[in-house]
Design a protein around this ligand. Structure first.
Ligand SMILES: Cc1cc2nc3c(=O)[nH]c(=O)nc-3n(C[C@H](O)[C@H](O)[C@H](O)COP(=O)(O)O)c2cc1C
Ligand code: SF4
Length: 407
């Protein structure tokens, strides 16, 4: 097993990247594209953008379509609390480029789009500088790599919305089918994969093209009530939430650990006892939440869970794009209800109605998964911390603060 790290301590320019063995994997598969196809069709890696879809299945679906094909590296990263893709582009842009180019070799894709958030100015520059340094070793002639700016909107990171931006659309989810693997960039079969997912391809291929599943490391962004929030690279087998919090400087304030939200704002909260859970996808699911893109929020007993839920639901209501009436209705109901509860004007009846709204929209058509996102955090917060809700509903406020993380 090999362990190559994703995040170096300092930014690696092309010379530093080459000195650390960079672009050897690309050169190896450029000489033997069938090898790249075999390795990517067999990998156990699941997508790290949040949904954890098996990469091998997506690669196979794109290969099942006739060429030409394309690759879209998704670094839109407007998920609140997540900074891992930005960290990668800042510190190791060539790793992301090499990963995207390995995918392009496997798929015989001539068009490679690096899709980066409008707000990530320094990271886009880091990527552009890396592309301009000089010819990339192993680059297959005729492969065109370009950076496309993602609008500063959460839904613009959804796969079909990203394709719509590249195709000069409005950056709203288009709904599926057709799936990007059927019709994407330029109307061609497209692999849409997260930047961290693609950054794993060089170590899947190996410097000699021999292919070995590495001892995975993962990028985690920790925020909330910790002294040193930020992006940390972890070995999932050796890291629990407790050890991660220690690495992040421990809790701030005088409170103890109250809750963890492991997978970004749409994931279920876990109680303090989950601190000893290993940060492995299966363990997080077994504990009752979702790993998502490992944007871990730490909540201390100084902090009001109701106000966090009000912030989260406000975010989803503001970010929904308005195309699907049930999503508009549901996200606005969640936003209004949590606002009323947090300001002391809510009731248990009002909160209970959210379950009916979920049931009402359950089978209605929608173009993306945002419609489902407000439910897990609110539902889990309510069942784990009924006293916080009771304080707001029965006494107007609970007296605790909200954390510094928004939403
Ligand atoms: C509202 C919404 C926003 C999303 N934003 C991102 C994003 O910023 N980055 C990302 O990689 N995936 C995002 N996704 C997931 C993408 O649709 C897609 O599944 C992902 O880019 C595939 O890459 P992966 O399989 O490597 O995770 C978002 C999905 C939804 C529903
Ligand atoms: S589900 Fe919501 S965010 Fe997604 S496309 Fe429909 S309205 Fe837009």
């Amino acid at each position: 097993m090999t362990t190559a790290l994703l995040l170096p301590a300092q930014r690696q320019d092309l010379d530093a990247y080459l000195a650390h063995g960079g672009y050897r994997a690309l050169s190896a598969v450029a000489a033997d594209p069938q090898r790249a196809r075999t390795l990517l069709r067999a990998t156990t890696l699941t997508g790290l953008g949040g949904a954890h879809f098996p990469l091998a299945r997506k690669v196979t679906a794109v290969l099942d379509q006739p060429g030409p094909r394309a690759v879209l590296c998704n670094a839109a990263e407007d998920e609140p609390g997540s900074g891992k893709d930005r960290a990668l582009l800042s510190a190791n842009p060539h790793l992301v480029i090499e990963g995207a180019l390995i995918a392009a070799v496997a798929l015989e894709a001539g068009d490679v789009v690096l899709y980066v958030s409008q707000t990530a100015t320094a990271e886009r520059e880091s990527l552009a500088t890396a592309l301009d340094e000089r010819d990339i070793p192993g680059l297959v002639p005729g492969t065109h790599v370009r950076i496309v700016t993602a609008p500063d909107r959460y839904v613009a990171g959804e796969a079909s919305a990203a394709i719509s931006v590249v195709e000069r659309g409005d950056g709203k989810p288009m709904g599926q089918p057709p799936y990007p693997s059927e019709r994407g960039v330029g109307g061609n079969a497209t692999l849409v994969a997260n930047a961290e997912t693609l950054a794993n391809l060089p170590r899947i291929v190996g410097a000699d093209g021999g292919g070995r599943e590495p001892a995975w490391t993962r990028l985690v962004t920790i925020s909330g009530n910790v002294a040193a929030p930020g992006v940390y690279e972890i070995s999932p087998d050796n890291e629990t939430f407790a050890t991660l919090i220690t690495r992040a400087g421990g809790l701030t304030g005088s409170g103890a650990l109250k809750a963890l939200q492991p997978g970004g704002p749409s994931s279920r909260f876990l109680p303090a006892e989950a601190a000893d859970v290993a940060i492995r996808d299966a363990d997080i699911r077994a504990a009752g939440s979702q790993p998502g893109c490992l944007a871990v929020r730490v909540v201390s007993t100084d902090t009001c869970i109701v106000e966090i839920c009000a912030d989260i639901t406000d975010f989803f209501a503001r970010q929904q794009c308005g195309q699907c009436p049930p999503c508009r209705m549901k996200t606005q109901m969640y936003q209004r209800t949590l606002q009323q509860v947090s300001s002391g004007k809510g009731s248990w009846d009002l909160l209970d109605k959210l379950g009916s709204v979920d049931d009402f929209v359950a089978d209605m058509p929608r173009r993306c998964a945002l419609i489902d996102m407000p439910t897990p955090p609110v539902d889990s917060a309510r069942s784990l911390f009924p006293d916080d809700f009771a304080a707001h509903i029965e006494h107007g406020r609970c007296g605790s603060k909200v954390d510094g993380h928004s939403p």
